[in-house]
Design a protein around this ligand. Structure first.
Ligand SMILES: NC(=O)c1ccc[n+]([C@@H]2O[C@H](COP(=O)([O-])OP(=O)(O)OC[C@H]3O[C@@H](n4cnc5c(N)ncnc54)[C@H](OP(=O)(O)O)[C@@H]3O)[C@@H](O)[C@H]2O)c1
Length: 330
């Protein structure tokens, strides 16, 4: 039985994580809940026990934590994770922010595809960006055929930006004025072809993350990835249109077989699916798989998944369940 801490327990990722801890009966003896000072003192019930939310500073006094779920910004991960590691000699940190992902020595783990990396015993484990997580689930086994290039367009829900994105959409739908909007443009009845900040080559930080993390997880820096990430006015679920070129010809039946053999990935052959259809599902879905008749050795597909499950909270809890098995005799 382990002692856990959830940093960002009142955010979208933190709240879904708490729901999953209850639903999956995650084996822990004590939970420390951390949020900003504005949430300090709030009471949250987890598995019949009421816990009081404390501030980050107060949580630094704790010295016997086993697993920390970090569900807040990269800036706060940079500030607090090293302090938790210093104070809690043997603890593991599962980071949902982008802070540790860019560190070459930290593994990005998506349990259905690469949970064996947990055996390495590294104390910091990174979740991927939510968009990368859905993409990797769909194409991981196709990498055996030799992926040469991918052209990706993402359609990302506002919950991907946390509470502030969701609030902007809701307030705009109600015709309310927003004082500090999350997005540079209206999102209600609109789409925004910019997520994050632009670099000198007109590529956004979200697109950079998708490209870097995909190559890192697939352990192949030669894959060409061209990405356009777009914010769309829906509450939950991210979608991706992916055009994928292989080094050699591959039969569509072999692609189907690989997709169908991946756990937690569902191929829809004769129908389409939409975000509303799969909002409550944990799996990643692929539909519209088809040969590209213009380009050699190329296929197209459409991927949909709930960003808060596969892209964040579900992924975190699966990593933690793996740690329990590997290091806590559970
Ligand atoms: N949303 C997604 O789909 C998704 C997917 C993958 C990864 N992520 C990443 O996961 C992280 C959390 O995302 P989110 O969507 O849950 O964000 P969010 O809804 O904005 O929640 C942020 C959380 O951080 C807490 N917080 C803010 N300042 C704090 C401080 N100074 N000390 C302690 N806690 C503080 C907030 O507490 P208060 O409520 O008290 O302000 C809240 O609990 C981010 O790094 C995000 O990029 C998100």
């Amino acid at each position: 039985m382990v002692k856990i801490l959830i940093f960002g327990c009142t955010g979208l990722v933190g709240k879904v994580l708490i729901d999953l801890i209850k639903a999956r009966n995650f084996n822990c003896t004590h939970i420390t809940l951390v949020a900003s000072v504005k949430s300090k003192g709030k009471k949250i019930k987890v598995k019949n026990i009421e816990y009081e939310v404390i501030s980050a500073i107060d949580s630094l006094k704790i010295i016997d934590l086993d697993i920390i779920f970090f569900c807040s910004s990269a800036t706060l991960a940079k500030k607090y994770c090293p302090l938790y590691l210093k104070n809690n000699e043997n603890c593991f940190i599962i980071d949902n922010s982008s802070y540790y992902r860019l560190n070459d020595s930290v593994d990005i783990i998506i349990p259905p595809v690469n949970k064996e990396l947990l055996k390495m015993g590294k104390r910091i484990i990174s979740n991927s960006n939510c968009t990368t997580a859905g993409l990797i689930m769909a194409i991981y086994k196709l990498n055996d055929f030799g992926i040469k290039k991918m052209i990706i367009t993402s359609f990302q829900s506002v919950s991907g930006s946390g509470y502030s994105g969701l609030n902007q959409l809701i307030r705009e739908q109600q015709d309310n004025v927003i004082e500090n909007p999350e997005y540079c443009k209206q999102i209600h009845n609109n789409i925004i072809p910019l997520i994050g900040s632009l670099n000198s080559e007109n590529i956004t930080s979200e697109e950079e993350k998708l490209i870097y993390e995909t190559r890192k997880i697939l352990k192949n820096n030669n894959i060409k990835v061209i990405a356009t990430c777009v914010r769309v006015p829906i509450d939950f679920c991210h979608s991706l249109s992916v055009n994928i070129t292989f080094n050699n010809d591959v039969l569509i039946k072999d692609i189907r077989e690989r997709i169908e053999s991946q756990e937690e990935l569902i191929l829809i052959n004769d129908d389409i699916i939409t975000p509303i259809d799969i909002k409550d599902k944990h799996e990643v879905f692929v539909c519209r798989l088809r040969k590209d008749n213009c380009l050699k050795n190329t296929y197209s597909m459409f991927i949909i998944f709930n960003n808060l499950f596969r892209g964040a909270s579900l992924n975190s809890i699966q990593i933690a369940e793996g740690l329990l098995k590997e290091y806590f005799n559970n």
